[in-house]
Design a protein around this ligand. Structure first.
Ligand SMILES: [Fe+2]
Length: 301
């Protein structure tokens, strides 16, 4: 999942960032989530002209809506065709990831039971995340505006789509789908430092003014989506946009990309183009370092 830009929202006045773990009873009610028009399928989506796909996507989206009313996540009974899309993409990515992905990520994927065989359910990943870092996944039916999306991270909760991309173009999706969420994002939430870092971004989003919110969007982009990390003298990928895309992950390690050391001031001011391959990426020394730098930054708000 990634936030949608260009929507104006309102900051809260102050938020404490002292308490990392969030018990269930401290979560805001999911019924309070008011997201309008987030389930629109854009005309450039490969499934836009496939009525059967649209119906299926709408049905899976309706389960997310149902979750907000009941608080209960419904497992999706994925069809054989959906499972085939998953197997194809997951197997191709697995090969690339063996070469390029952060070893922590590769272990985490195994720990969470995310395999190439079948689409994992949010409920099963939630059970394991709860034990490891107290992070949670909550179903959502589409792109959410930046503040709304990032704010949920302050409750150690990530909003996740459950539907899968169209079978005609398994390597491509213009919107988040279960491949992007489960193969891209979810494994990293098993890392305590990464989970805390994500939560700090969430805290920041709740109190940020508009300029700070834009900066947070860039920080999120160059870390959670497109981040690289040092590993034993080399560089590995941990960003979801890299880990869930055949093209992006190879591009990230090609000579077409400048891989710079992570400097917060530079990252939060670096304007990026959403649709193009990234010409510049940033390498963090470690997830612990990323967490500490982000904590100081948010505390300066
Ligand atoms: Fe994402």
């Amino acid at each position: 999942m990634y936030p949608e830009s260009g929507v104006t929202t309102v900051a809260e006045s102050a938020v404490s960032i002292s308490n990392y773990s969030v018990p269930d009873e401290d979560l805001p009610a999911f019924t309070d989530l008011e997201f309008e028009h987030i389930n629109e399928l854009h005309l450039d989506h490969p499934g836009a002209n496939d009525p059967e796909y649209r119906k299926r996507r709408d049905y899976i989206a309706s389960l997310a809506k149902n979750f907000r009313e009941t608080g209960v996540i419904t497992d999706v009974e994925y069809t054989p065709r959906e499972q085939r899309v998953w197997r194809y993409v997951a197997e191709e990515l697995e090969e690339l990831q063996q070469k390029y992905a952060s070893p922590f990520y590769l272990r985490a994927k195994r720990d969470l039971g995310i395999t190439t065989d079948r689409i994992p359910q949010l409920t099963e990943m939630n059970r394991r995340l709860k034990e490891l870092t107290g992070f949670r996944l909550a179903p959502i039916e589409g792109l959410v505006e930046t503040r709304g999306f990032l704010s949920w991270l302050s409750y150690r909760t990530m909003l996740c789509t459950q539907y899968i991309r169209h079978h005609s173009q398994p390597a491509y999706t213009p919107e988040p789908d279960i491949v992007h969420e489960a193969i891209g994002h979810i494994p990293m939430f098993t890392n305590p430092n990464f989970a805390d870092f994500s939560q700090f971004i969430g805290h920041g989003a709740r109190i940020a003014n508009d300029r700070q919110l834009e900066e947070l969007g860039r920080l999120y982009w160059f870390t959670v989506e497109f981040g690289l990390v040092e590993h034993e003298g080399g560089i590995k990928a941990y960003g979801a946009g890299l880990l869930s895309s055949f093209g992006e992950i190879e591009h990230a390690f090609s000579d077409k990309v400048e891989r710079r050391p992570f400097l917060l001031e530079e990252v939060i001011n670096h304007e990026y183009t959403y649709s193009d391959m990234q010409p510049v990426l940033y390498v963090v020394p470690s997830y612990a370092e990323l967490k500490e730098v982000t904590r100081k930054y948010i505390e300066s708000f």
